[in-house]
Design a protein around this ligand. Structure first.
Ligand SMILES: [Zn+2]
Length: 135
């Protein structure tokens, strides 16, 4: 668990927002931030965000539920959410574990994700359907 990213301490209830501010999340991180990673599935490799995952009950949309848009593909398990105004990906329900949300570390208040240096790449592509979208 990370207790800080750069000089920014991870708060027990850390806020995250899209670029325009319409969508605000509150993420419960009582023990710090779980392992940040990237994913190499056909969607994430295009999006490029560094993400971490929490139990679904630990992520709340506290503003902007109505402007959130949802994108699904392939097995239709994962739900990828992004702001309908500014287009920024905020969080997603994970296909590998639908009881968890991944979220965009770049959206976290006060956090520069590039302070993390290089992060592991998860093999998300293997969860896609063999005949799914081309990668
Ligand atoms: Zn926005």
């Amino acid at each position: 668990m990370l207790k800080a990213i750069g000089k920014t301490p991870i708060q027990p209830h850390h806020r995250a927002s899209c670029h325009c501010g319409a969508v605000v999340l509150e993420i419960h991180l009582p023990a710090g931030l779980p392992q940040p990673h990237r994913c190499d599935c056909s969607f994430c490799k295009r999006k490029g965000a560094i993400v971490a995952a929490v139990p679904a009950t630990d992520l709340k949309v506290i503003r902007g539920q109505a402007v959130l848009r949802k994108y699904q593909f392939g097995r239709q398990v994962a739900e990828h959410f992004f702001c309908g105004i500014c287009g920024i990906y905020t969080h997603h329900r994970r296909s590998t574990n639908p009881n968890e949300f991944g979220f965009n570390i770049g959206c976290m208040e006060g956090v520069n994700p590039y302070d993390l240096g290089s992060v592991p790449v998860a093999d998300g592509g293997k969860w896609e359907e063999p005949m799914g979208q081309s990668r």
